[in-house]
Design a protein around this ligand. Structure first.
Ligand code: X90
Length: 287
C-alpha cells in the first residue's frame, strides 16, 4: 500500500522527509516568459525580471495531466490545493481524481480545498503526515483533517497588492493603496477562501503588534505558527520574536515563499499560518 501527499506549489513545500511526496507546479508569466514554480526556479531572478519589466504578467493553475503524473503509483493519496475560490487548481485536482479512480478502482484519493494557501497548507500537510505515522487509516485521516482544519488560519501582511488586483483576485480600493505612503495591508483568508482585508497599518512595529492582536482574537494561544516571507527575513524574525514573547509555548517556523506566493505576496510580503486552540464559527467560539 503506498501512501502519498501531493500539494500544489503554492504550499511552498519543496520536499517532505519520511513520506512519499510530490509537488504540482503552478506557472507564472511575464510577457512571453514562463516560470514554472518548481524546485529549479530562481525566485530572486524572477522577482528581478518583474521589477525591470512593464510587460503583462499572470499565473496559471496545473492541469489534470499534471495531477495525474503526481498521483502515479500511489494508492492512498491526499492532495491539498490552494483555495478553489482563487484558482482552478482545486477543480483540476478533482477531475484528475475521477480519471485516476477510473484507471485504478482500488485507489483512494482525498482532494482537500485548503480555502487558503502557503503556510496554512503546510500545517495541513504536516498533520496528514503525523496522522499517517500514528498508523491511522485513510478514512480516519480524512475525518481528523476535517476537524483540524477548523482550527487553522491564515493572515497576510502585504506592502503591495498590485499583482492581486491586476489579476482580478481582489477588487477593492483598500487593496490599491497598499504601498502608498508606506501603508501595509493586513488581511486574512476568509472562511470562503477569499482575501478579506482587516487593517491598513503604517509602521513595522504597529503592523507586527496588530498581527499578534488578531492572532489572539482568533484563539491563538501558543501553538504552531509558520511565517512565509518574500525577501523579508527581517520582519519575519521580529514577528517570530513578538509571537514567542506574547504566547507561551508558541512554536514558530520561518520559511521563504515559493514562486507563486512570491509573485502575489510581492517583495516584503508575509503570509502567516497558525493553529488556534479552539474552533470558531463566524468568529464565535464553538467548543
Ligand atoms: O490559478 C492561478 O493562476 C493561481 C491564482 C492564485 C491567486 C492568489 C494567490 C495568493 C498568494 C497572497 C496572500 C494570501 C492570501 C490567501 C487568501 C486565501 C498569496
Amino acid at each position: 500500500m503506498s501512501f502519498k501527499i501531493v500539494m500544489d506549489s503554492s504550499s511552498n513545500i519543496k520536499e517532505m522527509s519520511g513520506i512519499e511526496y510530490a509537488v504540482v507546479p503552478l506557472k507564472i508569466y511575464l510577457g512571453e516568459r514562463e516560470y514554472v514554480d518548481d524546485a529549479t526556479l530562481d525566485i530572486n531572478a524572477m522577482l528581478k525580471d518583474f521589477s525591470q519589466s512593464k510587460e503583462r504578467s499572470s499565473t496559471s493553475c496545473p492541469n489534470v495531466y499534471d495531477w495525474l503524473e503526481a498521483f502515479k503509483g500511489a494508492d492512498e493519496i491526499f492532495a491539498v490545493t490552494i483555495s478553489g475560490n482563487l484558482s482552478g487548481t482545486y477543480q483540476s485536482a478533482v477531475s484528475a481524481k475521477k480519471e485516476y479512480l477510473d484507471e485504478n478502482p482500488n485507489a483512494k484519493i482525498c482532494v482537500i480545498d485548503s480555502l487558503s494557501t502557503g503556510p496554512e497548507m503546510r500545517l495541513i500537510a504536516e498533520k496528514i503526515k503525523e496522522l499517517h505515522e500514528c498508523g491511522k487509516s485513510f478514512f480516519e485521516i480524512e475525518n481528523e483533517i476535517e476537524e483540524y482544519r477548523q482550527k487553522t488560519h491564515l493572515f497576510f501582511c502585504l506592502k503591495s497588492m498590485r499583482n492581486l488586483v491586476r489579476n482580478g483576485r481582489i477588487n477593492s480600493t483598500a487593496a490599491k493603496i497598499a504601498g502608498v505612503l508606506d501603508i501595509e495591508i493586513l488581511g486574512r483568508a476568509s472562511n470562503e477562501g477569499e482575501l478579506e482585508l482587516l487593517h491598513k497599518c503604517r509602521g513595522k512595529i504597529k503592523t507586527i503588534n496588530k498581527i499578534a492582536e488578531e492572532m489572539e482574537k482568533h484563539n491563538f494561544s501558543g501553538g504552531r505558527v509558520i511565517i512565509s516571507h518574500c525577501n523579508n527575513i527581517e520582519d519575519a524574525s521580529i514577528l517570530a520574536e513578538k509571537i514567542k514573547e506574547s504566547f507561551q509555548g508558541a512554536e514558530v517556523m520561518i520559511e521563504e515563499c515559493g514562486g507563486l506566493c512570491s509573485y502575489y505576496a510581492e517583495e516584503g510580503g508575509m503570509i502567516i499560518g497558525f493553529l488556534s486552540s479552539q474552533k470558531e464559527v463566524d468568529g464565535n467560539l464553538k467548543g
